[in-house]
Design a protein around this ligand. Sequence first.
Ligand code: PMP
Length: 404
Amino acid sequence: MLDIKKIRGDFPILNREVNGKPLVYLDNAATSQTPKQVIDAIVDYYENYNANIHRGVHALSQEATDKYEQARIKIQKHFNAAKSHEIIFTSGTTHGINLVASGFTSLLKAGDEIVVSAMEHHSNIVPWQMLCERTGAVLKVIPMNDEGELVMQQYDQLLSDRTQLVFCNHVSNALGTVNPIAEIIEKAHKLGAAVLVDGAQAAPHIKADVQALDVDFYTVSAHKMCGPTGVGMLYGKEEWLNKLPPYQGGGEMIAEVTFEKTTYADLPHKFEAGTPNICGGIAFGAALAYMNAISFDQIAEYEHDLLEYATQELLKVEGLRIYGTAKKKTSVISFNIEGVHPYDIGTILDKLGIAVRTGHHCAQPIMDFYGIPGTVRASFSFYNTKDEVDVLVEGVKRARNMLL
Ligand code: PMP
């Protein structure tokens, strides 16, 4: 059992008021809140050992380098990567995806096929479209059904010996659907295609094991899992990372530079040009330590209970429809009320101190599929409570009464 009172005590922001009401923060899928253990790690860095890494002989630089590399090992262990140099620090999921999409430019030719799912975030669509424009490769889409699940029979039909790459999110940010990535990976591998999984929405809820999944690339953002913004990680299998050219040129990523020729550093530095987000990387490690101390199994169990309760209570509101009713879901509820614009509901909820997201959630193809402009999305974390669900439901009822 989680000690929610103690956990909530770790998050200073949860004590504040918004518009004169206690904050009810239900926008965790956009960004999660930060516990004081992570804030302390950030303060500790700037107060005690702020220095550039990997290049100084002085004590502070050594200390910062050690802490940064220890964070890489924490991330390696968490995702069960075989080697620490398979973990590349990035600025977030978007950066990780663009790094891989850019790297495949020289590996694809016209007529090659890329398979992507219908329920991707724009950051897992646009970089592949840009890759197709550069190479003449063709994008194919695995469709989804009304429940918000991928139609896997269609996936089988889309795969061919021209398929070079498959991209899919582990969990949909707009619907919360947990996608069958193990099956997606296994089937792609039978045809020799590489698979990138966007783990941005899974990582706060599910501890992915990259070796068990046999995934080729897996990307996450720290800010969705109790860490700071502007940092994330890309896991890549060593053989793939060796095959891909560097993404950006600059300091740190070289072995030797002359005006005639430059040779590149070994992994992971080949993909880490310039001064990284040192403090962010260390704080990402602290965030993983914090969540693992609570335990991902316990988090999943607690959030599942919250999801069931919130679903049951919201469905009691007249005219409310939930989008995404997949059997396997994380704690995300996307909904609308008949005859009401989602933005108006979000605005009234904000006046009541309740933070939700409204709009297309950077997943316009999903909104087009349902024929709607957007939804209200309430996304729950392990520090939310059933009392907060009650406040949300009351707020939604109030909004409905005011707007209809
Ligand atoms: N993919 C998914 C599924 C996401 O939810 C997000 C963030 N909303 C991203 C990618 C992009 O993450 P970031 O903005 O941190 O790069």
